[in-house]
Design a binder for this molecule. Sequence first.
Ligand SMILES: O=C(O)C1=C[C@@H](OP(=O)(O)O)[C@@H](O)[C@H](O)C1
Ligand SMILES: C=C(OP(=O)(O)O)C(=O)O
Length: 433
Amino acid sequence: MKKITRITGLKGTLRVPGDKSISHRAIMFGSLAEGTTTIHGFLKGADCLSTIDCFRKTGISIEEKEDTIYVHGKGLHGLHKPEETLDVGNSGTTTRLISGILAGQNFDTVLSGDASLNSRPMGRIMKPLSMMGADITSIHDTGCAPLSIKGRSLNAIHYDSPVASAQVKSCVLLAGLYANGKTSVTEPALSRDHTERMLRSFGANIVSDKNTCTITPPETLHGQHIEVPGDISSAAFFIVAALITPNSEITINNVGINDTRAGILKVCQDMGADITLLNAREEGGEPVADLLVKTSSLRGTIVEGDIIPALIDELPVIALMACFAKGQTIIKDAHELRVKESDRIAIMTENLGAMGADIIDTEDGFIINSRSNNTIPVLYGTNINCSMDHRIAMTFAVAGLNADGETIITDSDCVDVSYPGFFTQLEQLFSQN
Ligand SMILES: O=C(O)C1=C[C@@H](OP(=O)(O)O)[C@@H](O)[C@H](O)C1
Ligand SMILES: C=C(OP(=O)(O)O)C(=O)O
């Protein structure tokens, strides 16, 4: 449990933990490669630890020495049948990506996670995998995990995905490693492209053309060194905190700003935010920069269309930011928020409404108005129900810094899913005033 109260400003420099999406993929692809993959900057959040645990249970040795993770890959056909159910914890990424890999093995597995994970839709991967000839079923016939996967040889397909989801795209591409020809996926808007970039660096032949990418099954993948950039989805909480809290100026070093992830920077710019990108560079095949963020006078905007996949996990904190912007903000085309760790549309509307914000939910987003003509509306602290959803807990920690009274976050430990140490780093920025 955490109690948060209003602060007078955020000052200082920080580095956020490694990117969650890249950390998962480094373990997975390293396990399937020949030789050792070394990973620097790996995110030791609960989700990525679930990925490590699953691969260890399939016989991969993964060690940690002095902040580097060593994955001793056994090649594309080196995994073993696990002796028990693979526990995917709270992690949708682990579940959907590993399913693509397991579908093409010569053994059977069962995957299961926590209550939230086991209520998230898996039909979206069961459908394309079944088209490839995979044997994957929802054990309780709910369309959700636990999943039973009976490994077998797979057929190459072209899949037109109805949803812009990197997890679906990656699942199909990973199954494509084991298919009898070229497998391609077309998505309605481009989702994060870390799988394509990293698999290419491991030696796979992947061609991307607009919203379609095609994989030719490789003979082998080769172990790599991966430098994991800071996670922009984690940086987002500090970006918004500095923008909406008076007297703030912070620098966030080493943030991944891949175009397919950095939609929040575009939205902040549209809202009039004062953010400067410093030292833009490329590290380990991913664009990275340091971000200088200052308190800003914000205006409302419309967030919709193809940018949504590039900021999907940031929408809760963007909705909070909109409460501090002059005028109206409309967020739409974000139906996917309803099937994350919680229904993030419902939970944001419930909690921001309880704090006094003018927010209504729509089928696929929110409409948010400033509460008054003042640029600084008043939010009131209250008890936050975050349904064990890490991004909701962190969003309301930021809200509480700008609310009257106490904001109480009961399930605050859930931040460990993607950001262990979040509260300590946040506190360090206000103790420096
Ligand atoms: O591929 C990934 O690493 C992720 C993809 C996104 O999910 P969807 O593919 O369901 O949009 C995102 O929300 C999740 O946090 C991580
Ligand atoms: C949706 C998320 O992750 P996942 O789908 O991997 O559980 C997230 O981290 O916000």
